[in-house]
Design a protein around this ligand. Sequence first.
Ligand code: PLP
Length: 432
Amino acid sequence: MALISNQIQLIRSENAFKVGPYIRGLEAEGHKIVKCNLGEPDFPLPTHIRNEVKRQLDLDNTHYTDPQGILPLRKAIAKYIGEARDIKLTPEQVVVFPGGKPPIGFCQQVYCDPGDEVIFPSPGFPIYESFIQYVGAKPVPLHLREEIGFSFRGADLEKLITPRTKLIYINFPSNPTGGVATKDQLVEIADVIKKKCRPDVRIYSDEIYEHILFDGVKNHSITSVPGMLERTIIATGASKSYSWTGGRIGWAVFPTVEEAKIFTNLNINYFSCIAPYNQEGARVAIESPESKTTIAAMCKAFQERRDLVVSKLNAIPGIQCQLPKGAFYVFPNIAGVVKNLRIDEAYKSLPEDLKKQTSPSTLFQMFLLYKYYVATMDRKSFGQLGTEGMHYLRLSIATGMEDLKTGMQQMEKAAADTKGFAAFIEKREHLF
Ligand code: PLP
């Protein structure tokens, strides 16, 4: 009998956390790394939220609490989500989780039986794909199209829907592309869903970047389209909007109270409840008018950085980068660099076992990290199935302006360093 179950070996991971030890290793050798790998705002937790958490700790609000989430927070969530999307919600439909991540996998446990099909965006947040085989479901990637701002049309989705479809993930503003859906696109997608899916097919609308928007663009939710609220789970949280990734607070609104109860029971089974002092902090984050100001300041900084990074990237031969409308990532197409540095040829010449673990964009990612000290993420980190021949990187712009300027200079040098890349590959080190 094996120590580790076969099933657990089917779960994947999020590579953004894998790059951390590589960076620490390089830093220990004395290198300064420009960190464009991590998806977390580089701003402090806003003072008004911090003060509330401290106040709650001083009140000794540190004990077990409601596993569904404290009622004042659920009320605040139902109110702000409902008002922003023009929909009616009750606090009984809301469940609070330790971050925006847990409901992703929980939904697959709750809704999917073996053989059911799960549609997810690719490129997309890796946790959607990570769980699918673990729960015995079938992964069905929905490839986002660069030419329409990394979005998809109703017809793209329609082709993938079958009688076994059970769960469909959508994510706008998107990680890793920064794409934002227009109202019309969402209406078109909703029409396909209403036409082709049974009412028990669930749509998971990941809106965790709901407040990180540029150029005056608004977040549209598919739940605002008539007939969609009763099929859709809205998931979001505090990590990105309030620069509070370590607070581990997220929430989801379910179509029915019965479903919310099932998720509450999963909370009881896995972690009992979320730290009550942080839940009070999240309530203040949602209700305080000061949050508007801190979010606006953060978006202004991200937009300035986006403008700099996108213009610098587009000036590098071999790179094409779209202007994201939300979130804090840029997702350049590096096909030209792959060609110019002969990365494809180098990849093809690798032994089969190495090839399986890397990709052309991974090779450039690792070359950038180990030779030019810029940490980025490769295409493979955002969905693996059917992505051969797709050459992209994700850069997070949640890094200071000066670091980003250095990073862009380094990328420009790396993208022209044919000899350096050949020598890097020759060594057969750090290839994934
Ligand atoms: N959903 C998306 C699209 C994300 O990008 C992230 C984090 O990067 C999450 C969910 C998870 O967020 P949290 O840190 O709150 O668990």
